[in-house]
Write a protein that binds this ligand. Structure first.
Ligand code: MD3
Ligand code: FE
Length: 226
């Protein structure tokens, strides 16, 4: 079989890794930015804090008001946590599974979210909720808007960890064409202002093994909810 000179003879072991060097900022909307690798320098502090949160409030699969079990497993930390059940979507002060307040937001979580927001031009971000999503291969999040938050003027900061995913960034109507943006371990995304109510989602996670997090993607989403 003929091969051109630039066809690799071995599989590209790094095909799933970040194509762009850490430190790059990509503008994906008027007030929406991907900060490549922004969280990498925080991981030594971030991952142990994440473990502590998960011990107090483990991941669980929730049911939507329509009666479907979400493929993504969720938990929260901070003063408010996001929940869904047959009665609807809402923020609560307590974990419905334990009756206890959601675990506090670790200082490193808040500092990282504030630093990412500032880097994207949003000074003074004060998140009171961190939603933590876990995707295993096949898990997805269909197109939706985030509009359960009281403060729609505050930005949202998202941190991607583990396996890469394809993020869909749409318009203001579900049927609007969406951009597909690959997100990698350590990437931060910041949305605010005019882009805050855009439809967005995550395509089904591809199989893979991440050296640090194994066969999963974890996404931290910081919001001002109350
Ligand atoms: C774009 N999570 O939890 S992150 C969600 O990767 C959610 O787990 C996805 O959508 C994830 O609601 C995407 C972030 C995100 C959050 C809010 C947005 C993207 C956004 C608001 C407007 C536009
Ligand atoms: Fe969302």
């Amino acid at each position: 079989m003929m091969r051109s000179n630039d066809t690799p003879l071995t599989p590209d072991l790094f095909a799933d890794q970040a194509p762009t060097p850490p430190g790059q900022t990509e503008r994906i909307g008027q007030q929406a930015f991907v900060l490549r690798g922004f969280a990498l320098a925080w991981l030594e502090r971030l991952l142990p804090a994440l473990d502590t949160v998960l011990q107090a409030a483990p991941f669980r699969q929730m049911v939507t008001p329509g009666g479907f079990t979400m493929s993504v497993a969720l938990t929260s930390c901070g003063a408010l946590g996001w929940t869904t059940d047959r009665r609807g979507y809402r923020y609560t002060t307590n974990d419905p599974q334990t009756g206890q307040p959601w675990p506090g937001m670790p200082a490193v979580f808040r500092e990282l979210a504030q630093a990412a927001a500032r880097q994207a031009g949003f000074d003074g971000f004060e998140p009171d909720a961190c939603l933590i999503n876990r995707y295993v291969p096949g898990a997805r999040m269909s197109l939706h808007q985030d509009k359960d938050e009281r403060a729609l003027d505050a930005p949202i900061v998202s941190i991607s960890l583990g396996l890469p995913a394809v993020f869909q960034f749409g318009g203001f109507e579900r049927s609007d064409k969406s951009q597909r943006i690959p997100l990698f371990h350590g990437d931060a995304v910041v949305w605010g202002g005019v882009d805050r109510l855009r439809y967005h989602g995550v395509l089904p996670l591809k199989d893979g093994q991440h050296p640090r997090l194994g066969s999963q993607r974890i996404n931290l989403t910081f919001r001002t909810a109350g």
